[in-house]
Design a protein around this ligand. Structure first.
Ligand code: PMT
Length: 219
C-alpha cells in the first residue's frame, strides 16, 4: 500500500449513542462517547477515503476532512444511514444504537405521581441489517458487537443474523470500551478470527482499516 490505501473509496459510518425521548426533557441512552467511531473516521480520512460520519450526541470535534451528520434518535440515525450508505465501499456501524424506544414520547413532562413508573418500549429498526440488505449494498458492511459476556459467540450470531462481512467484537462493562481511550477488538468474519490486542482507539482504527482496504483490493 501507499500512504493512502483508501484513496477513491467512500466510507460511511455511525458513531456514538442514540437518545430515545421519553418526554420533552428526558431520554434513554447509553455510555457511548463516540471515541471509537471518531477514531475510525479520522483514520479513514487520513488514509484517503471520502468519509461520511453519522453521529449521535457526543462531545467530540469533527475530524479533519470528515463530513458529519448529527442525529438524535435511532430512527433519525436509521434514516440518515439509509440515505447515505447506498453504493459506498465500506459501511461501519460503530454506534451504540438503542434496541428499543418508548412507544410514544409524552407530549408533556411526566409528573411524579406514582411510586413506580412503567414505560412501554417498542423495538427500533436494525440499522446495519437494513444497510446490508440494500439493493445498492456497500461492498463491505462491518458491525461492532458490544458484549458483557460470551463475546465471540454472540458476535458470531450477529455476524450471520445481520448479514455482515465482518464484526469487531469488544468486551464492555466494568469500565471497558465505553468512554475509554484504549480498546481491544476481536475481528470475526465467516472464515477467520483475528485478535487486535489492547491499544489506543486511534491505533486500532488504523489496523482495522488496513485490513478492510486489503479486503476491498481482493474484491
Ligand atoms: O463510543 P465509545 O465510548 O468509544 O465506545 C465504543 C463502543 C463500545 C460503543 C463501540 O466499540 C461498539 O461496540 N459499538 C457497538 C455497540 C452496540 O450497540 O453493539 P450491539 O452489539 O448492540 O450492536 C451490534 C451491531 O448492530 C452494531 O454494529 C450496532 O451499531 C448495530 N445496530 C444495533 C442495533 C440497531 N437497532 N441498529 C444497529 O445498526
Amino acid at each position: 500500500f501507499g500512504p493512502k490505501p483508501l484513496a477513491g473509496k467512500r466510507l460511511v459510518l455511525t458513531a456514538g449513542p442514540t437518545r430515545e425521548p421519553l418526554d420533552p426533557v428526558r431520554y434513554l441512552s447509553n455510555h457511548s462517547s463516540g471515541k471509537m467511531g471518531f477514531a475510525i473516521a479520522a483514520a479513514a480520512a487520513a488514509m484517503g477515503a471520502e468519509v461520511e460520519l453519522i453521529t449521535g450526541p457526543v462531545a467530540l470535534a469533527t475530524p479533519a476532512g470528515v463530513k458529519r451528520t448529527d442525529v438524535g434518535s435511532a430512527l433519525e440515525m436509521h434514516a440518515a444511514a439509509l440515505e447515505l450508505a447506498g453504493g459506498c465501499d465500506i459501511f461501519i456501524g460503530c454506534a451504540a444504537v438503542a434496541d428499543y424506544r418508548p412507544v410514544a414520547a409524552n407530549e408533556h413532562k411526566i409528573k411524579k405521581d406514582g411510586d413506580t413508573l412503567s414505560v412501554e418500549m417498542v423495538k427500533n429498526p436494525d440499522i446495519i441489517s437494513d444497510v446490508a440488505a440494500m439493493a445498492a449494498r456497500p461492498a463491505l458492511v462491518v458491525g461492532f458487537a458490544a458484549e458483557t459476556r460470551d463475546v465471540e459467540q454472540y458476535a458470531k450470531g450477529k455476524l450471520a443474523r445481520k448479514g455482515l462481512d465482518l464484526i469487531a467484537a469488544n468486551a464492555v462493562g466494568n469500565g471497558l470500551a465505553f468512554g475509554t481511550d484504549d480498546n481491544q477488538l476481536t475481528l470475526i468474519s465467516k472464515d477467520q478470527t483475528q485478535v487486535l490486542p489492547q491499544a489506543s482507539k486511534a491505533k486500532l482504527a488504523e489496523q482495522l482499516l488496513a485490513i478492510l482496504a486489503n479486503r476491498l483490493s481482493e474484491h
